[in-house]
Structures are given as C-alpha cells and as structure tokens.
Write a protein that binds this ligand. Sequence first.
Ligand code: HEM
Length: 181
Amino acid sequence: MTSSAWLERSASSVRSHQSFGNSRQKADLCCKKGKKTNKMSLSAADKKAAGDSWAKMSKPSFQDAGERVFLKLLKKDSTKAMFKKFKDIPRERLAGNAALREHGGKVVQALDDFIKGLDGSGHETVRNVGRIHKAAGMTNDNINLMKPILLELLDEAGCGDAKAAWDKLWNLFMTVHGDGC
Ligand code: HEM
C-alpha cells in the first residue's frame, strides 16, 4: 500500500468517528486565525538545506532511520507510555523490534512526503497525520517532543549548519499538522 493510501485509510477511520469538515476550509480558517507567519516561510536556500540534510538523515532506509528516531524518542518512560504498541516492550528489546521499525518507517515516510512536497503537495499527508494524532489523544506538546530528536539526528548526520532551516521546517510542520484537526 502506498503511504498516502494507508494514511488516508487511517484518517478516514478517524473521520467516521468525528466530523472534521473539508480540510481546505479548515486550513483557510487556520490562516484567518493568523497562524501562518513569516517565521515559517522557507527560502530556496532553506529548502535546499532541509532537503540535502534529510537525504542523509533518512538513509539507508526509512525503517532504519525510523528505528533511530524511535529509539531516541522512547527513551523517556512517559513518552513510551503513549504508544500502546511499545509501552509493554522492555527497553532493551526495542532495538530491531519489527513493530518499532514498521512504525518508524511510516513516520519517516510521512516526513519524506512533507519535505519533498514543501510546495504544498506534501501538506495533505501532514494534515492526515494530524487527524490520526488527534484521534490518538496527542497534543501539540506531545508532538513537539519530536523536534529535539530530529535536531539530534541532524547533528549526527553532520548537518548542524542546517538547524535554522529545520527550525522553520518544524514550525511549518506543526502549523500544517494543526490544520488537519
Ligand atoms: C514528525 C513527527 C511525527 C510524524 C510524521 C508522525 C506520524 C505518524 C503516523 C504516520 C502515524 C500512523 C501510524 C500507523 O498508521 O500505523 C502516527 C501514529 C501515532 N503517533 Fe505519530 N508522528 C509524529 C510524532 C509523534 C510523536 C512525537 C508522538 C508522541 C510523543 C506521536 C504519537 C503517535 C501515536 C500515539 C500514534 C498512534 C499509534 C498507534 O497506536 O497505532 N507521534 N504518527
């Protein structure tokens, strides 16, 4: 199944429980609330820095990169407890765990859609992720736990120079993510 197909499937199961209305309308509402500011507009140089660094961070496969992300994210017990499928797995058995790699791969795929679709074509993926998170009871504070993890991986990939671009990238991600709610 393609990433957009499984995301849409998850999101439509969410929509069957709650009425979200038209996502474009919602995005427009968010714009009217003044959430979109210059703070998050990426220049051509920012987009290149984000794309080049992401190419390194997401290697050698999305599941490998996703495993790296989740081994860091789940270090805190309070974060691990948010994931039904991981909370009962002992920490020392997380590395190489198939469910963790699969989930991590989906998260990295969604980020890949976003980063390669900064012209707006990747926004629907992020809005769908926002709907999934809302249905799972996640708050913006929960999702923001991902930012320092990604910045750590950015450093480890030797791309610390791209941090300013990633700050803007993350602001944009969170705004679009909120549009899905
Ligand atoms: C870059 C940031 C993130 C992206 C792109 C992302 C993406 C996703 C995706 C694609 C799913 C659906 C997985 C599936 O269908 O099997 C999902 C589910 C979920 N995410 Fe995230 N996520 C992000 C950050 C986070 C963070 C930081 C948390 C919590 C601290 C979180 C908590 C969850 C939970 C609880 C679920 C439901 C998991 C389940 O039980 O199946 N996510 N996320």
